[in-house]
Design a protein around this ligand. Structure first.
Ligand code: PLP
Length: 365
């Protein structure tokens, strides 16, 4: 097997080894088909079976109710930042409530402003996005077109522990960085979307789960590729979809079902992995300083600082020399960040924890 490092990148991120191995085995010819997934027609029976299985796996894992459609689109989460307000925010007097929890929420909000009114339902910027809001802090209006939330702020490393209650207003969620990491009650959402390259597959495909009544209320006078109804009616096959990425989503969700045993089990493993790193941070407090308030700590992205930028860069280099790579924090916030999505093995996190304890010991904690 190739010599793989532990990749703590925020995305594209590690994929399950078994999914990579199967893709490798079948790359030259899909069994029984004789054609590579890279060459196959998106209109073929074989590809139809793959995209249908990817959808069925998602329905199984998340118990998605039958009044929700699943779309596999291109353009990443960023295109969803624009497409959602294009469909839900245009028109006289419409406005949406955005929960401003960090960098990604802000980007979503900026894109929405091109289409219509945006109101901030809670603003975490003054407190450096160290925590998620409580339900009581949210100022959601009954008349809002929708409420937009970001379930996990990938850059700051904070995560909602509980889904906000938006009342009768459709709740729209960017779940890009914690999708499939824990069970979710889909019935609480009008739209939930996630780019694949954190937990669900490689870059190139974005999963959108959308409730029928939200879809039905959308305008149809939009270009086809921006038109959810047309995309849904074509079963995400309006044009050539990212066939390989969809295939990988199928393999990753196969792994979640067959090897992991579902999202509750995955969640437990993710809790164990995150606890290893947060315990190291707490144990060496004064040397490591976690960015997130304890109650908002993300299970996916563990963000922390060291006493000086010099030590941070030594830490990142030292870890890399042990095969623990991509630990530098996002350029906008600095520090260090360990992204430990579903496919990061427990062994990788243990190795990082050991290195953290050693490094703090050696550098005068
Ligand atoms: C990675 C990420 C995005 C951006 O996704 P793209 O596919 O690059 O557009 C958006 N939101 C969150 C929460 C992310 O983690």
């Amino acid at each position: 097997m190739a010599d793989r490092t532990y990749n703590f990148s925020p995305g594209p991120a590690m994929l399950p080894l078994s999914a990579l191995e199967q893709a490798q085995r079948d790359l030259l010819a899909l069994p029984g088909v004789g054609i590579s997934i890279l060459e196959i027609s998106h209109r073929s029976k074989a590809f139809e079976a793959i995209i249908e299985q990817a959808e069925a796996n998602l329905r199984t894992l998340l118990s998605i109710p039958s009044n929700y459609r699943i779309l596999f689109l291109q353009g990443g989460a960023l295109l969803q930042f624009a497409m959602i307000p294009m469909s839900l925010l245009r028109g006289q007097g419409k406005s949406a409530d955005y929960i401003h929890t960090g960098t990604w929420a802000k980007k979503a909000m900026q894109q929405a402003k091109f289409q219509g009114g945006v109101r901030v339902a809670w603003d975490g910027s003054a407190a450096s996005f160290k925590r998620m809001p409580s339900q009581e802090e949210l100022d959601i209006r009954g008349g809002a077109s929708y409420v937009h939330m970001t379930s996990n702020e990938t850059i700051q490393g904070i995560q909602f522990q509980k889904t906000p209650d938006a009342g009768s207003v459709p709740l729209v969620c960017d779940a890009s960085s914690d999708f499939l990491s824990r069970p979710l009650d889909i019935s609480k959402y009008g739209i939930l979307y996630a780019c694949a390259q954190k937990n669900a597959g490689p870059a190139g495909v974005t999963v959108i789960i959308i409730r029928d009544d939200v879809l039905e209320g959308m305008p149809t006078d939009l270009p086809s590729m921006l038109n959810y109804k047309e995309l849904a009616d074509s079963k995400s096959l309006l044009n050539t979809p990212p066939t390989f990425a969809v295939y990988m989503v199928k393999l990753v969700t196969d792994w979640l079902i067959n090897d992991i045993g579902g999202l509750e089990k995955m969640h437990r493993i993710n809790q164990e992995k995150a606890a290893l790193l947060y315990e190291a941070i707490d144990q060496c407090s004064g040397f490591y300083e976690g960015h997130a308030d304890t109650a908002s700590r993300s299970l996916m992205n563990v963000t922390f600082r060291l006493p000086t930028p010099e030590l941070e860069s030594q830490f990142v280099k030292g870890a890399a020399s042990r095969g623990l790579v991509e630990l530098k924090g996002h350029r906008s916030v600095g520090g260090c960040r360990a992204s430990i999505y579903n496919a990061m093995p427990v062994d990788g996190v243990q190795a990082l924890r050991d290195f953290m304890l050693e490094f703090s010991e050696a550098n005068g904690r």
